[in-house]
Design a protein around this ligand. Structure first.
Ligand code: BEZ
Length: 215
């Protein structure tokens, strides 16, 4: 079954570097980033796991739990972790699923047979506190992911869940945002956006980011 935005992220039980994980129970009421690695002891994956570990304080700030996956055995994960710490200068500080039976990669459609029968692609799933899939990214094995982008989209999701706004092209936390087109009542707009707003077109109105202090 193909997973889509808005679907409930499938639950699973799998071994990890931090012991067995029952996904929904482990995640509880946090956000989660679940991301796959094609294979252990590969260079791009090694850099990604180092970077995701280095960014742990940024994920924590956003109430996000990080969970990696690679389709290798637990013993290999433990010895690869040592290489990650040695070469990337940051110790793996989140669980890495040992998906040797491809249980989770199958559930999340992380193996794309026309790319490879055995390795996963680089999938990213951002899952919200209600276990809904909110973002799906798919990269080829040859391209390392941009974790600044993953954090940026989490910022956008968390902001737009709480305010009647959307985020424009290349937006980053602190930039002006767009008032959702469905909001047309002027009194309501004045109430929701006391910092003011610009009407560029009836459907394109911008306002300072509502959850930030005035610039
Ligand atoms: C890597 O992580 O470096 C990698 C993995 C599979 C194929 C190509 C590169």
């Amino acid at each position: 079954m193909t997973l889509r935005i808005g679907d409930i992220a499938p639950d699973f039980n799998q071994d990890s570097t931090e012991g067995p994980i029952q996904f929904h129970q482990w995640k509880a009421n946090h956000w989660a980033v679940l991301f796959s690695h094609p294979k252990n002891f590969t260079p791009v994956c090694t850099t990604e796991l180092g970077e995701a570990s280095r960014l742990k304080p940024e994920f924590d700030k956003r109430n996000v739990k990080v969970l990696g996956l690679s389709v290798d055995k637990l013993d290999d994960h433990h010895s690869w972790s040592k290489d990650i710490e040695e070469t990337q200068g940051s110790k793996l500080n989140f669980p890495l699923l040992a998906d040797h039976d491809k249980k989770v990669s199958g559930l999340y459609d992380m193996i794309h047979p026309n790319a490879s029968d055995t390795m996963t692609v680089r999938s990213v799933f951002v899952i919200d506190p209600q276990n809904k899939v909110r973002l799906i990214l798919t990269y080829p094995a040859s391209a390392g992911r941009n974790f600044t982008e993953i954090l940026r989209v989490i910022d956008s999701l968390q902001l737009t869940d709480n305010y009647k706004v959307a985020t424009p092209v290349n937006w980053k936390d602190g930039d002006d945002v767009i008032i959702v087109p469905s909001l047309q009542d002027k009194a309501e707009m004045d109430r929701l956006f006391p910092k003011g707003y610009k009407v560029i077109k009836p459907y394109l109105r911008t306002t300072p980011q509502p959850n930030k202090p005035n610039k």
